[in-house]
Ligand binder design. Structure first.
Ligand code: MG
Ligand code: ZN
Length: 249
């Protein structure tokens, strides 16, 4: 038992190191990486397809698709014209930062672009595996239970935003929107919530606004670090000049 705990710790520590490298790469390039997590069947891929269509090429973007088997989801994404890389995890039930790093080498996301990482449908261990993303976005469909945030608190605590999907079905269901939001905020008081439908497009404008806002801050953080680096280079050049002058004396 103790030995198993140690092995799990080692795995997570290694993952965190790869995640830190991914995060640095995203920050340097001004890439907004979002880790999309949910149960199977919440409509993640449909929502992504709809999102890519709505962005109408206004933002450069790429997609990493995680599934245990098949490249069906990556093919659906590629049909939109977007670049997508499939990762098959086999028996694994989550993406890890090393596999994401390998996919990044293939995809080479453009500077100031969006990167959607669709994780394996699973609300448990993807909460513990950092991929280097700027934020986790948890998708919960209204065909699931209002109690999901209470049953899987780690995931809802780790997420910055909850997208309540399939809202077009609400008139046909007994689903209490206020209750699910209250449950999500009980485990994470800061979580943002948007109601959307990949089917009808309801709520897509607010989701696109959120994406544009997050991308703008990723780009400005990159500009700040470029400015800071330029300033440091200028300082070093000045020091070098005075050093040369003193040597010539
Ligand atoms: Mg999918
Ligand atoms: Zn797993």
């Amino acid at each position: 038992m103790l030995r198993q705990v140690q092995v799990e710790r080692d795995i997570l520590a290694k993952n965190d190191a790869f995640a830190a490298a991914n995060r640095l790469r995203f920050e340097q390039d001004g890439v907004l990486a979002l880790n999309l997590v949910s149960s199977p069947g919440s409509g993640k891929t449909s929502l992504l397809v709809r999102t890519i269509a709505a962005l109408q090429g206004s933002v450069p973007l790429a997609v990493i698709e995680g599934d245990q088997q098949t490249s069906l989801d990556a093919e659906r994404i590629r049909e939109t014209g977007a670049r997508a890389e499939q990762i098959n995890t086999g028996k694994g039930c989550h993406l890890d930062a090393l596999r994401v790093q390998q996919a990044l080498d293939e995809l080479a996301p453009a500077p100031a672009s969006l990167l959607f990482i669709e994780n394996v449908g699973n609300l448990v261990c993807p909460a513990g595996f950092d991929l280097g993303e700027a934020a986790k976005v948890v998708i919960l469909s209204v065909t699931e239970g209002e109690d999901k945030p209470l049953k899987y608190p780690d995931m809802f605590r780790a997420a910055r935003l909850m997208l309540l999907n399939k809202c077009d079905l609400l008139p046909h269901l007994r689903f209490d929107v206020a209750q699910v939001i209250a449950n999500a905020r009980r485990v994470n008081p800061d979580i943002a919530v948007l109601q959307v439908s990949a089917e009808t497009g309801e709520g897509m404008d607010a989701w696109l606004d959120w994406l544009h806002g997050e991308l703008a801050s990723a780009v400005s953080r990159r500009e700040e670090s470029v400015t800071a680096l330029k300033k440091r280079v200028a300082e070093l050049e000045t020091q070098l000049l005075s050093l040369r002058a003193s040597l010539a004396e």
